[in-house]
Design a protein around this ligand. Structure first.
Ligand SMILES: Nc1ncnc2c1ncn2[C@@H]1O[C@H](COP(=O)(O)OP(=O)(O)OP(=O)(O)O)[C@@H](O)[C@H]1O
Ligand SMILES: [Mg+2]
Length: 447
């Protein structure tokens, strides 16, 4: 038997026979497990849900609910929960069937203690992996929620995956794309998903300032570095120490500053105006450009060395018209946030709104779509008038009604699926099918 308690896993043990229960509980405790013993399936079920950290061992034959029914109920609650069944000689056949249905193992009576213990060890190991995976997935989803990069197109899915991968690689990144495609949200996601997340995300727009001011902003200066310099000023590069420096509209950076920036990127050190010594700075640059920097540098309108330095990792975010699958989810998201922000009800999707969504070219990309959602919520005249339009069809209205009933139920149960199923009196599968179809996000109802 194993010495010590390297894995204090939890084991739920269910058997109606008190002696069997006591003997096995002792065996398992001696093997280092935390044992919760139950005399019947019902009382065990009251304590076992999808977050149960351990494994379940149960006798098959029991008065009241038997091991088979309990196994099926547990599978319904959490298909990944390992269940080990203990069988008498009469029900081997049944145990084999349950194995086919997903039971983790079965052990025929009488059995040696080691047989049970080794099965529990393996099952707990598997359980640990499953729970760890869920934890990671939840954490990823939470991060996504905090920083929504919405979009169902393969392009957006690919972009999210690349950003996640690059986040911790800590290389400088160049993001290219037309106005409003989401370059800044992508840069912020990169920062938020990186190990620099608790440090500063410094933004400098290279198009917003004249050359001399931009220089001071970027590199800073010492006190009395020049006539009228005043106090020492810390530049954005130095201020970004430990964090991320977002250089927006990098294509507008004057050539002379580009030369200085290349040095800074190579040395990871900055020398403020008037300072004698460079100061080393730990920062990551994410640069955004609305134009093709490669093309610009080929006609010497952008410095080649800076271009090559930034071009190590280059992400291009295509315009919205090239990923139309993103339009509906983005618009839905903007409608919901706009109606919350503006304290107006979420308006119905009229035909003219739909026509606009599907036919317009969106030259201002996601930003233009967001502004359109604002106008729709405010019922601005250019978005058409619901009353004068041909009405929604009956099936369309029923769909919308169904979605609103499901949302109401979820709100009143704070996203508790079991309670919602009861309220709506529909099977679980139907429920999940429907929320997928209506694009309802369960997590958003959970506080
Ligand atoms: N995938 C997305 N999911 C959610 N919101 C988005 C997405 N893409 C863009 N947005 C929103 O659209 C607006 C414009 O995005 P952003 O400011 O990142 O664009 P940009 O590419 O930096 O534009 P510009 O070049 O004009 O500065 C912002 O309000 C942003 O939050
Ligand atoms: Mg921007």
């Amino acid at each position: 038997m194993t010495e010590g308690t390297e894995t204090r896993g939890v084991v739920a043990f269910i058997d109606d026979d008190e002696d069997v229960r006591a003997a096995n509980a002792q065996t398992l405790e001696l093997a280092g497990f935390d044992v919760q013993a139950f005399a019947d399936a019902e009382s065990a079920l009251a304590r076992l849900d999808e977050n149960f950290p351990g494994v379940v061992i149960s006798d098959i034959r029991m008065p009241g609910m038997d091991g088979r029914s309990m196994f099926h109920e547990l599978r319904r609650r959490d298909a990944d929960l390992p269940v080990i069944l203990i069988t008498g000689h009469g029900d081997i056949q049944e145990a084999v069937e349950l194995l086919g249905a997903g039971a983790y193992d079965f052990i025929a009576k009488p059995f040696a203690a080691e047989r049970l213990v080794s099965s529990v060890h393996r099952a707990l190991e598997q359980r640990g992996l499953v729970l760890e995976n869920r934890r990671l997935r939840d954490a990823a989803r939470r991060a996504d929620d905090e920083l929504p990069l919405i979009g169902d197109s393969p392009v957006m899915a690919g972009l999210r995956a690349s950003l996640r991968q690059l986040a911790d690689a800590d290389v400088d990144v160049l993001i290219e794309g037309e106005t409003g495609v989401g370059k800044e949200v992508a840069a912020r996601a990169l920062h938020a998903w990186s190990k620099r997340r608790s440090r500063v995300f410094a933004v400098l727009n290279c198009a917003a300032l004249p050359e001399s001011l931009l220089e001071h902003e970027l590199f800073g200066h010492e006190a009395a570095a020049f006539q009228g310099a005043g106090r020492r000023r810390i530049g954005r590069i130095e201020a970004a120490d430990g964090g991320t420096l977002f250089l927006d509209d990098i294509e507008s950076m004057p050539l002379a500053l580009q030369t200085r920036l290349v040095r800074v990127l190579e040395d990871r050190a900055v020398t403020p105006l008037g300072a004698n010594m460079p100061r080393s700075v730990d920062f990551r640059v994410v640069a955004a450009s609305k134009v093709d920097l490669g093309e610009m540098s080929s006609r010497d309108a952008f410095r080649k060395d800076l271009y090559f330095r930034l071009n190590v990792v280059r992400l291009r975010i295509p315009p919205l018209r090239e990923r139309r699958a993103d339009i509906v989810p983005l618009f839905g998201h903007f409608l919901a946030t706009a109606s919350q922000r503006l304290r107006r009800p979420v308006p119905p999707l009229t035909k003219s709104i739909k026509a606009r969504l599907f036919e317009h070219d969106w030259p201002g990309n996601v930003r233009e779509l967001r502004n359109f959602a604002d106008r729709v919520v405010l019922k601005m005249p250019d978005v058409g008038d619901a009353e004068t339009e041909s009405p929604e069809s009956l099936p369309e209205r029923m769909e919308r009604y169904e979605a609103s009933l499901i949302r109401d139920a979820l709100r009143s149960t704070a996203g508790d699926v079991r309670a919602t199923l009861e309220k709506l009196a529909i099977p679980r599968k139907t429920f999940y099918d429907k929320i997928a179809r209506h694009g309802i996000d369960l997590d958003s109802f959970r506080k």
